[in-house]
Design a protein. Sequence first.
Length: 481
Amino acid sequence: MNTRATPSRHHPGRSLVLAAFLALATLTAPRPAHAIPSFARQTGWSCSVCHTMFPQLTPIGRLFKLGGYTTSNLAGMQQLRQKLRRMAPLALDRDPPLSIFIQASDSFIQGGGANQFGSGGTTGQGSVEFPEQVSLFYAGRIASHIGAFFHLTYTHTGAFGQDDSDIRWAEHQAGPDGSTLIYGIDINNTPTEPDPWNSVPDWDWPFYSSNYSPLRDIPAPYIVQASGASEPVAGLGGYLAYLFGQGQDHWLYLEADLYRSAVGIGAGTNQVYGPYSFGPIQNIAPYLRIAFEQNYAAWNWEVGALGMDTNVYPTTVASGASDRLLDYGLDSQIQYLGLTGNQIWTAHVSWIGENQYWEPVPSLSFKPNAEDTLETVRVNGQYLLRHRYGAGLGYFWVWGNPDPALYGPATGNPAGLVSANGSPDTNGFLLELDYLEAQNVELSLQYTDFNRYLGASSNYNGQGRNASSNNFLSFLMWLSF
């Protein structure tokens, strides 16, 4: 990145972390911004200070998020004091922290029968979506220690809905040994949304995909299904990040959240098993996260673990027996930023397993196995040259024990989403090419190649459809302002 300082000769991680945290904690002088979304307007920084390609974060971007989105270099702050028995400070930015995001796509599926995610409707060999989605963000500082990433999205359903969002309070304390403790409280609507790394489900690559992509329909654990606010939940939690060592180049991150069912704007469920839909959460669902990051002058790497224990009702009626979904996973990320920022690459690997304990629902003719397992692995990497030309390559793999009630013809799903042998096993590769006209304008070409789909390479649905029939080509455009 072009904002990085020259590394220390003796402590290679010192310049990175101290410069980043100094920018966040001491409010450095304004710098010209080369992009216009609300975070850039608030800080005066180029988008590339915090992102490689949106939404992938750099260490400075991770610190900005941990700090509650509150860092600001604006000189146009108005301090208004009202006399209501006491002096009450009111801090208002001259420019409100609002941004708009627009995405459009043109897609082609090799074997036809493209399924529109979330609607159950199908089309021919592809579809143009213009727009595919329009998002409105309130993203930035609310008060000195409170910030928000509030996200509303208009989608193909024809209505606005609440997308992944959080509001957080954050504070930091400097230790006598040169360490720093950042701690905060957050309210969010998506498990893994508060996380500052891109190796967790809500922020994993590919960052964008068409609503017709077969990747959206493959079986996934609950914590993956819930990404993007796809389940109507709300979580209250806390986190802390301990920065220690020479140059504060060691980071330890801990997070704990409690999730409950919630009613919000456009809240709805993911219908994933034919007539069966995830219903409300019974009581609360705890989520735990631990991660460690090591920083060097040009490199950083992270390793972490997560877990979530959820009991959900099988219908929208919150009564009777519930199904238990126990999720657990490991993840890692490595990132090279370079001292000039001309070449950047990031790689992620994640594994998530789920133990499923089902109860039959006679009214829905839903009679699954008493216990099932489902696991998923993702390995991917992205390369960016001169903040303009990018490429990504990834491998995905889903497997679990067969269960016709979940994946077979009994689900009543469209023919392309039925497994003749009741198996969820799916794997393949994804290739993406990117061109960034500017830091807020991106064009992408994605190709997904399936080696196996729902249990077989050929005739997986018993009606002549092969895994390669779901091979998918998509052209995407997004811009934000």
